[in-house]
Design a protein around this ligand. Structure first.
Ligand code: UGA
Length: 437
């Protein structure tokens, strides 16, 4: 089948490249001409394991194309909208990019039917709005129909998630349209959820909000563990063995970041508000997450004798999670700003992220490895749980430091072993008697 994918961010690029991998003819469209020129040369704007190889293979087989013009959507069976829906200044989903694509689509002179598939994460009712708009404004209203097909890809494992999804959700007002989209994924073994567009749109937000809730819940338990002398990792292990709870997303630490959970929880709070509903749990989830970085800096201050003035901090990990170079809403950014505001000096190391000026953070040093970040440091703070840190020679780390404080923001290490190595070690919620705010 023939598909166009508009938007070449994480979602669009992975969708386009992987659909082509399934055997479809795909054109990826983006208004950013430089990005398109680079993609034509095989240069990806993002790091995503496995994507480069598939892109090259599909381009070679002449099944994958790139274009900066929406006109190339003409003659296709499907058009995926996969543009960004970032937070606006108060936290609602900013739909301007989606609206611009729908507006441009309404001006296309189509000679064949085009099924518009909404991949972008959009508030409930957006697909209905888009279809109504296209029917009202287009000169070929009968050609358009809009369906919802939210994505559940995780950065760092997006290709594998596409090929082995736990479910594919398709929301359509007419079952025939949902079946057409289902055919696109022929060859993928999974469960399909065929539903209406509104429910489909909400499945996406509810899924992310629920996962965020699990994370904030375990972080609250971590707060209790510190006061009670319990270990949150043990508590999570015991809880997770109950299949109704599940062991995943019960890792306490510095909380969730990235381009999805922070934005989608806020957007859902506002959608609820717009519908006259007060989503109290989700407000608390977002509040708890916000507080975690402050909690970590307070810990660091306490461990370093009450203040951070002139203290040297080695920071391990900048990306919002391992396996990606994405720093959007990464806990590292807030931590660095708070440490610097209190007079501390930061030397950071991340396996992929080599600078933070894109995030407006200057005036800090970067090391070439974890030991370089620890060199002369009063404290080392582990922010992102990269495998490289798990494997680090901790005795060498200790030797390189001038102090001995280790704050483990992701509970990677064993407290007893760390103490045995001579560290003053604290994790997040590991019963080490922290008196926290
Ligand atoms: C998330 C969802 O997992 C995907 O299903 C969804 O498609 C995607 O958002 C999206 O909406 O596009 P992603 O943002 O790539 O994917 O990252 P996750 O692996 O879900 O992690 C999110 C954040 O939660 C990270 O900062 C991670 O460190 C944190 N986290 C995760 C925890 O603090 N504790 C945990 O137990 C799990």
């Amino acid at each position: 089948m023939r598909a166009a994918v508009v938007g070449t961010g994480y979602v669009g690029l992975v969708t386009g490249v992987c659909l082509s991998h399934l055997g479809h003819e795909v054109v990826c469209v983006d208004r950013d001409e430089k990005k398109i020129e680079n993609l034509k040369k095989g240069i990806l704007p993002i790091y995503e394991p496995g994507l480069q190889e598939i892109l090259e293979k599909c381009a070679e087989k002449e099944r994958l194309f790139f274009s900066s013009s929406l006109q190339s959507a003409g003659g296709k069976d499907f058009l995926f909208i996969a543009v960004g829906t970032p937070s606006d200044e108060i936290g609602r989903a900013d739909l301007s990019q989606v609206e611009a694509v729908v507006e441009a689509l309404s001006r296309l002179e189509l000679v064949e039917d085009l099924l518009v598939v909404m991949k972008s994460t959009v508030p409930v009712g957006t697909c209905i709005w888009a279809e109504t708009f296209l029917k009202e404004k287009s000169r070929r209203p009968e050609r358009f129909r809009v369906v919802s097909c939210p994505e559940f890809l995780r950065e760092g494992t997006a290709v594998d998630d596409f090929i082995h999804p736990e479910r594919i959700v398709i929301g359509a007002e007419q079952e025939g349209d949902a079946r057409k989209v289902q055919e696109l994924f022929a060859g993928i073994e999974t469960r399909f959820v065929l539903t209406d567009t509104r429910s489909s749109e909400l499945i996406k937000y509810a899924s992310n909000a629920f996962l965020a809730t699990k994370i904030s819940f375990i972080n609250e338990i971590a707060g209790i563990c510190e006061r009670a002398g319990a270990d949150v990792k043990e508590v999570a292990r015991g809880m997770g063995l109950d299949s109704r709870i599940g062991e995943k997303f019960l890792n306490a630490g510095l909380g969730y970041g990235g381009s999805c959970f922070p934005k989608d929880t806020l957007a859902l709070i506002y959608q609820a508000e717009d519908l006259g509903y007060d989503f109290r749990i989700l407000k608390a989830v977002a509040g708890v997450n916000e507080g975690l970085r402050k909690r970590a800096v307070q810990k660091l201050e306490r461990l370093l004798g009450g203040n951070l003035q002139g203290k040297k901090i080695g920071l391990w990990g900048l990306s919002f999670k391992p396996g990606t170079d994405d720093i959007r809403e990464a806990p590292s950014l807030t931590l660095i700003q708070k440490i610097k505001a209190r007079g501390g000096e930061v030397t950071a190391y991340d396996p992929l992220v080599k600078g933070l000026s894109a995030a407006g953070i200057d005036g800090m040093r970067y090391a070439d490895d974890p030991y370089g970040a620890a060199e002369g440091a009063d404290a080392v703070v582990l922010v992102t749980e990269w495998e490289e840190f798990r494997k680090a020679d901790l005795a060498r780390v200790k030797k390189a430091m001038s102090g001995n404080v280790f704050l483990d923001g992701r509970n990677v290490f064993d407290p007893l072993e760390m103490k045995g190595l001579g560290f003053v070690y604290e994790g997040m919620g590991r019963g080490t008697g922290g008196e926290m705010s």
